[in-house]
Design a protein around this ligand. Structure first.
Ligand code: NDP
Length: 327
């Protein structure tokens, strides 16, 4: 496993990491989580991603119980969580980044994770109703109280992140250091245009999500939606359009052909494509079973096969350049 610095911090993250969205609690119970996390950790993964709202807090409970069983040295791994949507339907506790919500949210997450502190906490989305200054102060205080070590943003506009950094600099507060954007062959835009200029200028870290576009880029949906897949699970019907789209399927078929030629799996090549981007600090993978972890972790070895020629072919197939020009 290779490690990359998280932006300009002194913190190193494994270039492949593991997240719990739609898996922990829903598909993966505590015992399975122990096995999946152990498989990742044994391959050198040191970063595990979660969020308050995943399975309404239960994903954090599963990870917390798994960590307790695994009993790893706290210094050897990183855990992150994210706040915005909230768990309660009251005016101050949903779709917000207000100070009161954030303080209650970190306390709740630490309890569910059974941890003294989180390594990274993210503002899961920008808030339309909270001044950025209020959020920056609250995140700073949470860090000062030792409840988290670093903070970041997820799916914020580059201009919003710059505003947060400027506020923090003005008041000598802890600055956000990392963005968590979606990034995969179908969705490259948050690593293009304004974002690239921003990542370069500020040396901001990125922990990118859904490298397989929810599993689509593994090729598993080529013959319909398997019952035991993310697409087959009740509640995930919103993903069906994406999994059955003829254009998407033909792009994935072309990806599989190139992967076959390189002697790797479709999923490994899709993840390796993410890894070749120098602005990516870590690729957060997802897995519903141990075999997927074992397959996906080999993407590190495959990344050397993503030569500029292979990258260009993939970019052409998925029209990555075209989207870049539209920015
Ligand atoms: P992926 O796009 O990699 O999808 C993971 C899913 O694909 C797995 O759960 C599994 O689903 C399937 N899969 C994984 N590997 C393979 C394989 N080798 N062969 C076949 N199928 C495979 O990642 P996620 O969408 O799960 O996102 C990763 C993480 O990113 C999340 O866990 C979360 O931590 C973070 N995230 C952050 C968001 C944000 O807003 N900040 C939003 C979403 C995610 P199955 O077996 O059930 O088909």
């Amino acid at each position: 496993m290779q490690y990359r610095f998280l932006g300009k911090t002194g913190l190193q993250v494994s270039e492949l990491s593991l997240g719990s969205w739609l898996t922990f609690k829903k598909q993966v119970d505590v015992q399975a989580a122990v096995e999946i996390m152990a498989a990742a950790y044994d391959q050198g993964v040191n970063f595990f991603d979660n969020a308050e709202n995943y399975a309404y807090g239960r994903s954090e409970e599963v990870m917390g119980a798994a960590l307790k069983q695994l009993n790893w040295r706290r210094g050897s791994y990183l855990v992150s969580t994210k706040f915005y949507w909230g768990l309660h339907d009251t005016p101050n506790e949903k779709n917000t980044l207000n100070r009161k919500y954030l303080i209650e949210a970190i306390n709740g997450s630490l309890k569910r994770l059974e941890l003294d502190y989180a390594d990274i906490i993210y503002c899961h989305r920008p808030s339309k109703t909270t001044p950025i200054e209020e959020t920056v102060w609250a995140m700073h205080n949470i860090i000062e109280w030792g409840k988290a070590l670093y903070w970041g943003t997820s799916e914020w506009a580059a201009a919003e992140i710059v505003e947060a950094i400027n506020i923090a600099e003005r008041h000598h507060l802890h600055k956000p250091v990392v963005e968590q954007p979606q990034y995969n062959l179908f969705e490259p835009k948050r690593m293009q245009g304004d974002y690239v200029r921003f990542y370069k200028e500020y040396n901001y870290g990125t922990t990118i999500w859904s490298p397989l576009a929810s599993g689509m880029l593994s090729g598993k949906y080529s013959k319909g939606i398997p019952a035991d897949s993310r697409g087959g699970i009740k509640g995930n019907e919103w993903l069906h359009k994406h999994f059955t789209d003829a254009d998407n399927l033909s792009k994935v078929a072309a990806l599989t052909e190139i992967a076959d030629g390189l002697g790797c799996t479709t999923a490994q090549l899709a993840i390796a494509w993410c890894l070749q981007n120098p602005f990516v600090s870590t690729v957060i993978t997802g897995a519903s079973r141990v075999e997927q972890v074992q397959e996906n972790m080999k993407a590190s070895e495959v990344s050397a096969k993503v030569t500029p020629e292979i990258k260009n072919r993939l970019d052409e197939i998925f029209e990555v350049r075209e989207k870049e020009e539209e920015e």
